[in-house]
Every structure is written in structure tokens, then in C-alpha cells.
Design a protein around this ligand. Structure first.
Ligand code: IVH
Length: 687
């Protein structure tokens, strides 16, 4: 068996090399991008069967698969902008009115016509073709500078390496020998590809992605181009950047341009409509809403554009978005299902969260069988009961939540049949009495780490991404380790050995080895990450960082004074009390000392690269998708710093809802002001 697999592997390497030469050197690909991609994927899956490290195969495959330390930067000669949004037909009508008014004032063609197409929920990418050959691919970045991802898009579905200009010649389209064509579009995971991909990830205990967009962003921006090549990504073109060397009247309007793109090898962006009046555009939107679930790709809106390039050019752009286009935003997709039961989960600090168990449904390629009901008050407000038909959506397109019940509460007989639910007086995990503190929305169990659920949750927090970041140590394995009494404290994680792990159910030699490797990797960490991992109440990522920036050594925390803690920036009395009482507890102190013995501290990494490299960013107003702290963390992870007051050194001001005086101050100083949505696009992450 192994012998034949090895034979197959050698054959695949030879084949891939042969096609690489044909593709990269001879400019004459012998197979389609998709088939080439299949060969690479087949090789990598054989590798994992044969336990061959990927690095070895990459070396064998050579240049095209070289791993980089970081992406180089690409400047967009024409900025990659954002789009203004319309949330209902009224707002869309306002857009139509503005365009018409512009036409009237400038004596342009009246009435103007529009086209509309899907707004793909993916990652914006620019592709540059010189003389019809792909030379550069870049992410949007901050709109002015993006990251060079040329190697990553090579071979991707929908990205032709050589443009097929032959058909254009036949159609009598003229272009110079030195043509320059920048195509802009979206890299996405098709819904079906996403389902299969996540299923395979689960089978091989690899990271699962929350939605197709996150999967696309995570897969595209891989320093190791071979990883991107192994993911089923697809590119759809939806516009142009810089164009040179084509006869001027080649693309009279947007729809003609999209047809041109199809002719030269790009995938069609369908369904779409062209040359339409406003009412027909609205009909198209209503239609797409009804078929949204059946589309092959996830969308978050419909983009409506002025057809005529001449009118587009005359209307121009603001610094943020073009005036000739608008995104009609669609709400998160909802589905109807049934509540089978309501469970109560106990959190890290004893908070009880009601969670609805649902008849399994799929939203945007993700199976949903649970949805949070948040807390006792929310549960009462929504008035849901077991057996209800409910509408479910993914909040911020990630966490499933119940929007509303569809059951009619006015009919007494229906209510009678329902199974009522109320939050328990005793903790479902430890049996201790629960109480709902005055002024708080949630009920909690006060047993602390003695409560098995809180104990387990503290480990889940400890291994999390922002904490010690132990890959492969998920909730299930933590439960196994606790049940087997292999981990009684955080330090015990670092004392686990191969035999102990191999003896666990569903564990083999390979998985034990892999887990030990990630545990070892996590030994090297920063004081701030360790402090955050301890799970001290009110000490989040940013607070832990602030504290660690003000101390000489981690040990200083063991006897730190209230005075010193109080002088630290952004640390209030609640945090001071929480930190002091944590380290006053002799058990906590002993366990933390034991843990430090297992950790090697490295200096906090100061990122010099990333979208916000060297930029000082300020947030004001309420963010809708991210928590403020998460957004700040993303800025720092991408090379930026956070400022709390606007001054001449501030580079960017992110405004949420009900932004206050900081926004006005930023505008006055000429600081670039962006919305949360722009921010999410810059960072290419959605929660
Ligand atoms: S036109 C000036 N068309 O949406 C930008 N954008 O919210 C003009 N997007 O980053 C873009 N589908 O990458 C356009 N059919 C479509 C689109 C689309 C997705 C993305 C685009 C941009 C973001 C703006």
C-alpha cells in the first residue's frame, strides 16, 4: 500500500513539475488551472497519508512554492476604494435621485441607466496583466498600499495566467502591443467548496473556519503559497483599475467591460442585469433575495452601478467611495428552525447562558444546531419557549442567535402546549445555588473554580488564540484530560507526555505528537499573554498589556501594591481590586509560580509590517461588529498603535455609531476618518 502511494507521489511530483515549466516558463499551460490545482492538492493529501512533512515537498516543488517571511508591498496607482451603502429602497432612491440630478446639472444623457450585480462577500484583490500576462496580484490593504500575493493567486480558479486576446482580435478589438490591464475583483470560497473544506479540516482535526469569507481571507493571505494552492479559492472580476494600451472606446460601459472580461478568460459574475431603469434594478434586488440561499457564493449585498463609463468618470469619487455606485446591503441571512430544548451553559466566571438546542439547519454553508439566548433578561424579552418555530441568524455572520419566535403568543391553547423554561436556581454543573445580582442581566453560580464547568472553561480560555494559543487543544480534549485527572492546573499541560496522550480515546501516535508539538511551541510567550491566560476577572488582552508594560518582571505582580497598579494607564479600581485579590490568594500564587517555571518569556513583538504599520489609530463611538478591545487588538497585530486623544500624530480615526467630539477633532485636523466597515475591509477580517 505504502509502496504504491510512494509511486503515485513520485508520479505527481513529475507531473506538477512538468506543468510548472509549461505554465511559468513556456507560457503554454497544458492543463486547466483547476486540474493543475487538483494535482497539487492530491500530492499534499498523499503527503499527510505518508507522514511526509510539507516543507520537504515544498522544497521538491521549488520556486513557486517558496515560503516568505512577509508579503512585500504593492502601491495601487488608483486607490482601491470602498462603497457607500443603502439599507432600504428609500436610500437607494436617494442614490438614483443624486445621479439624475448630476445628469440634469451637467446636461448628460437623461435618464441614466444602471447595472446591478452581486456583492460578493470575499476578499478584494487587484490583478495586473502586462501584455496579457499576469505579473502582480495584490490585496486591497489600506486602499493605497496592498500586499503582494502574486504567488498565492497563481493557479487559482478564475485567475487566467495568460489572457485570451485571440477572440478579441477576431472581434476587431484593437490593443497595443504594450497593454496594461488591472482587473479588480473578489476572492471567495464557493459555498460547496467551503462545506467540503471544513468537513476535511474537521476530519484531520485542523482549524475550522466560521464562514466562507473568513476561510477565503485566511487562505489567501498565507505566507506559504503552497497552503493557498491547496485551498479551493475562486476569483470573480467586478471592475477595472488602471488600463493602458487599449483603444479608447473599447469599453463603453460597465456591462460591456464585464462581457470583455468573460471573453478573455475570467469567470462570469452572475446573475446580473444591464442597462436598467431604477424600478428594474429594484425588481432584480427583490429577485436575488428570493434566490439568495441557492446562489453558489455568499453575498452581502447587490452593487448598483451607473452603466456609462463617461458618466462614471464625470461623477468621480470621494476619498472613500465612488459617487457612481452604491451597495444595497442585505441583512444577515436568516433561516427558520425549531427549538428542541434549552440548555444552560456555565461560563468562566459562573455566568449562566441559556443556549437553544435547534433542529440542525445550514446558514451560508455552516451547520447550526445551537444558538445563544444571551441571558435571563434576553430570554424573557424574546419570549421563546421549547418547541417554538424561530428565525435564526449568525450575528456578525459568526455567532448563531435567535432573531424572534414565529409562534403566535396570543393563542392561549398554543401556549399551553409549550414547555416553559426558566433559568435554574441551582448550577447545572456543580449544583450550587445561583443568584442574579441586582443590576446585572445574567444569573450566576458563585462556586468559582470548584464548579467543574468554571474549572473547564478556565482551561479553554488558557489555551485560546489570544492567550497561550495551543493549537489542537480544543474543548473536547480538555474535557478528556480533566476527566482522566491528567491536568489539575495550567502547569500540568506542560507536563503531559506522549504515552499519556496516546492512551486517550481517539488519540493516536500522530495526534499525540502533534499536540505535544503545539504545547511546546506555546511555552515561548510574552508576560502579557501569560497574564491574560490566567483568566483574572476584568483583565482582558489590552489591560494585561498595559500592566506588563509597567512592570520589570512578571514576579513583580505577586506583591504589587495597589498604588502602583492604580497609576497604570487605563486601569481603574475594579481591575486593581481584581488583580490584587487574585495574587493574594495563596493557591493562585502557588499555581502561577509553578506555571512560570514552564514558560520562556520573549519580548512583546512589535510588528513593523501590516496594514497599520507605523500608524496611530483612534476609535470613537460604538462599533457594531467588533468589540472595541478586539478592534484595538487587530490594529496592534497589524503594526499600528492605539491613541486615546486626537492629535497631529493620529493617522486614522475609526468612527462607530454616535461618535462624539473625537470625530470632529479628527476631521478638523485632516485625519483620515473611516467607518467600522472600512476598517474591517482594511484588515480583511470579519468576526
Ligand atoms: S465595485 C470602489 N462590485 O465590496 C469599489 N465591489 O464594500 C468598487 N465587492 O472592496 C467596487 N462585490 O471589493 C464592486 N460586484 C462588486 C463587488 C464589490 C464585492 C467589494 C469590493 C470592495 C467592497 C466595498
Amino acid at each position: 500500500m505504502i509502496k504504491s502511494s510512494q509511486k503515485k507521489r513520485n508520479y505527481l511530483i513529475c507531473e506538477i513539475k512538468r506543468h510548472q515549466v509549461a505554465y511559468y516558463a513556456d507560457d503554454c499551460p497544458k492543463i486547466s488551472d483547476r486540474d493543475y490545482d487538483k494535482l497539487v492538492r492530491e500530492l499534499f493529501s498523499l503527503d499527510s497519508e505518508l507522514d511526509i512533512p510539507r516543507s520537504l515537498t515544498e522544497k521538491t516543488l521549488g520556486v513557486g512554492y517558496k515560503k516568505k517571511d512577509e508579503f512585500s508591498s504593492v502601491k495601487h496607482t488608483i486607490p482601491m476604494l470602498s462603497l457607500d451603502n443603502a439599507f432600504d429602497f428609500n436610500e437607494l432612491d436617494q442614490f438614483f435621485c443624486k445621479v439624475e440630478e448630476f445628469c440634469r446639472k451637467t446636461n448628460m444623457c437623461s435618464p441614466p441607466v444602471y447595472c446591478a450585480e452581486l456583492k460578493l462577500d470575499g476578499v478584494a484583490v487587484s490583478l495586473i496583466y502586462v501584455d496579457g500576462k499576469l505579473t502582480t496580484a495584490a490585496t486591497r490593504g489600506d486602499g493605497i498600499n496592498g500586499e503582494n500575493i502574486t504567488e498565492n493567486v497563481m493557479g487559482m480558479q478564475g485567475v487566467p495566467y495568460i489572457l485570451d486576446f485571440r477572440r478579441l482580435q477576431k472581434n476587431n478589438v484593437k490593443f497595443n502591443n504594450q497593454s496594461f490591464l488591472e482587473i479588480r475583483g473578489e476572492v471567495v470560497f464557493l459555498k460547496d467548496d467551503f462545506k467540503t473544506f471544513n468537513k476535511n479540516q474537521e476530519k484531520s482535526s485542523e482549524k475550522l473556519f466560521a464562514n466562507p469569507r473568513n476561510a477565503a481571507a485566511g487562505s489567501l493571505r498565507q505566507l506559504d503559497a503552497a497552503v493557498t494552492a491547496s485551498r479551493p479559492l475562486t476569483f470573480f472580476a467586478h471592475g477595472a483599475g488602471e488600463i493602458q494600451g487599449f483603444t479608447d472606446n473599447l469599453f463603453g460601459n460597465h456591462s460591456i467591460f464585464l462581457e470583455f472580461l468573460e471573453k478573455i478568460g475570467f469567470k462570469p459574475l452572475v446573475p446580473r442585469v444591464k442597462n436598467m431603469q431604477p424600478q428594474a434594478i429594484k425588481d432584480f434586488i427583490s429577485n436575488v433575495l428570493t434566490i439568495r440561499k441557492d446562489l453558489a457564493v455568499e453575498i452581502d449585498g447587490i452593487v448598483v452601478k451607473v452603466e456609462s463609463f463617461e458618466l462614471q468618470e464625470k461623477m468621480g469619487t470621494t476619498v472613500r467611495a465612488p459617487r457612481f455606485a452604491i451597495a444595497y446591503k442585505l441583512p444577515s441571512e436568516t433561516v427558520v428552525t425549531e427549538i428542541l430544548g434549552i440548555d444552560v451553559q456555565v461560563g468562566r466566571f459562573g455566568t449562566l447562558t441559556p443556549v437553544a438546542r435547534l433542529k440542525t439547519v445550514s446558514i451560508g454553508g455552516v451547520k447550526i444546531s445551537n444558538a445563544t439566548l444571551h441571558n435571563e433578561e434576553e430570554l424573557e424579552k424574546k419570549g421563546v419557549k421549547i418547541g417554538d418555530k424561530v428565525e435564526v441568524r449568525r450575528a456578525g455572520d459568526v455567532i448563531p442567535e435567535i432573531v424572534r419566535t414565529l409562534d403566535d403568543r396570543t393563542n392561549e391553547r398554543v401556549i399551553d402546549k409549550k414547555l416553559s423554561f426558566s433559568m435554574p436556581d441551582f448550577c447545572p454543573s456543580c449544583g450550587g445555588k445561583t443568584r442574579k445580582p441586582k443590576g446585572e442581566a445574567a444569573r450566576r453560580c458563585g462556586a468559582g473554580k470548584k464548579c467543574p464547568a468554571q474549572f473547564e472553561q478556565s482551561f479553554i480560555h488558557f489555551v485560546g488564540k489570544k492567550a497561550m494559543n495551543i493549537d489542537g487543544l480544543g474543548a473536547k480534549v480538555i474535557k478528556q484530560l480533566i476527566d482522566e485527572k491528567l491536568i489539575l492546573s495550567f502547569a500540568d499541560i506542560y507536563k503531559l507526555n506522549r504515552i499519556q496522550l496516546e492512551n486517550l480515546e481517539r488519540f493516536g501516535r500522530k495526534s499525540a505528537k502533534k499536540l505535544l508539538e503545539s504545547i511546546n511551541k506555546s511555552r515561548t510567550s510574552t508576560p502579557a499573554k501569560l497574564l491574560y491566560s490566567l483568566g483574572i476577572r476584568h483583565v482582558g488582552v489590552q489591560t494585561a498589556k498595559s500592566i506588563c508594560e509597567s512592570i520589570e518582571s512578571f514576579e513583580e505582580l505577586f506583591s504589587i501594591s495597589s498604588e502602583k497598579l492604580s497609576t497604570i494607564k487605563d486601569i481603574g479600581p475594579v481591575v486593581v481590586d481584581s488583580v490584587l485579590s487574585f495574587f493574594k490568594n495563596t493557591q493562585n500564587l502557588k499555581l502561577t509560580q509553578e506555571l512560570i517555571g514552564e514558560i520562556v518569556f520573549e519580548e512583546e513583538e512589535i510588528k513593523k509590517s501590516g496594514v497599520f504599520a507605523g500608524k496611530s489609530v483612534i476609535f470613537t463611538g460604538a462599533l457594531k461588529v467588533l468589540k472595541r478591545i478586539e478592534a484595538q487588538d487587530l490594529v496592534q497585530k497589524n503594526g499600528g498603535t492605539i491613541s486615546s486623544t486626537v492629535n497631529k500624530n493620529t493617522n486614522l480615526c475609526v468612527v462607530g455609531e454616535k461618535a462624539g467630539s473625537k470625530e470632529a477633532a479628527a476631521r478638523k485636523l485632516g485625519v483620515r476618518v473611516i467607518t467600522e466597515e472600512d476598517f474591517l475591509e482594511m484588515i480583511e477580517v470579519r468576526k
